[in-house]
Design a protein. Structure first.
Length: 317
């Protein structure tokens, strides 16, 4: 949008003493003629822009107009770059790439090296090692519906394998751990619901524009287990996976049992989700207590054994 570009150009000119028209054109992926038209618009708005020709040529805002040119401190620009870089790693988008370029364009040349160093000190990347292109296509599809306030229709299979056809007012994309979700108002349930994007198929946009409802505050808060649903679980953890246990539960939960194994005291619900999580470590993690968790793990591993044993009776284990 032109207004976004004008604001971004003003911010860049406030931060930098001088900038070249070609540089601005490349940054915003427009022609230099468009940039000069934008500069005329900025002048007409009362912000004096001057162009210097010859050696050291460039465009700048009249110095006498700059009462305070630093809109952002070094720490604030660093935070912006880190935040945009983190979003870009998880949700690739041309808009985010352009925003990164705009913010970087605000950095004075003499500070670029320092800010690059500080920005690279922290990187947040939640994207999974293996990521399906189909998921990204669905995310972009949902994004379009959210931005244009279009109703979204899809077929959905819930966590109990029940099929339904839903139509929702989409409000928010949510990344939790490695999974993407869409939060919106479900017209069938007449309430706000959260849907896992991987469980959605045959997405369709109903180009009927909806009037946004107040988004419930509780949907913006991280979901936490109720303390009453958590059980103290004792695990025997092999040293090869101890770092993964630390990353989820913290180092304070561990005590060394012997050279190869640690004991971890953690809290989790006794349900299929927890069992599947523990089983993801194979024989590197053993649930020692409580008996209810061991029984649940025995039930699921028993089913797995029967499933793989059938038809393979002659395999020598």
């Amino acid at each position: 949008m032109k207004i976004d570009r004008l604001i971004a150009i003003i911010m860049i000119l406030l931060e930098r003493d001088k900038v070249n028209a070609e540089e601005l054109a490349n940054m915003f992926e427009v022609s230099t003629r468009t940039i000069y038209r934008d500069l005329d618009s900025i002048n007409q708005a009362g912000i004096p822009v001057v162009a210097v020709s010859g050696p050291g040529n460039g465009i700048s805002i009249l110095k006498s107009y700059k009462v305070e040119k630093h809109l952002f401190s070094t720490n604030e620009i660093t935070a912006l770059l880190m935040a945009l870089g983190s979003i870009q790693s998880n949700l690739p988008s041309q808009d985010i790439t352009t925003a990164l370029a705009k913010v970087k364009g605000m950095i004075p040349p003499e500070k670029q090296e320092e800010l690059n160093f500080r920005t690279n000190q922290i990187r947040l990347d939640f994207s999974p090692w293996l990521y399906s292109d189909s998921v990204l296509k669905r995310i972009k599809f949902v994004q379009r519906a959210i931005e244009q306030k279009f109703l979204l229709e899809f077929e959905y299979k819930d966590n109990k394998s029940r099929d339904s056809v839903r139509k929702i007012e989409p409000y928010c994309l949510l990344l939790r751990e490695e999974d993407w979700y869409i939060q919106g108002f479900c017209l069938m349930r007449q309430d706000f619901r959260t849907f896992k994007i991987l469980r959605m198929k045959n997405l369709r946009v109903d180009e009927q524009v909806f009037e946004p409802r107040p988004f419930p505050a509780e949907y913006s808060k991280p979901t936490k287990f109720n303390d009453e649903t958590l059980t103290k679980v004792k695990l025997r953890v092999h040293e090869n996976v101890v770092d993964k246990i630390i990353s989820r539960f913290g180092e304070e939960c561990l005590s060394q049992e012997n050279t190869d194994y640690y004991i971890a005291q953690v809290y989790m619900p006794v349900n299929n989700l927890s069992v599947n999580y523990l089983l993801s470590y194979g024989d590197k993690v053993e649930c020692v207590e409580p008996l209810s968790m061991r029984a649940k793990m025995l039930e699921i591993t028993g089913k797995l054994y029967k499933m793989y044993k059938t038809g393979n009776e002659n395999i020598d284990l």
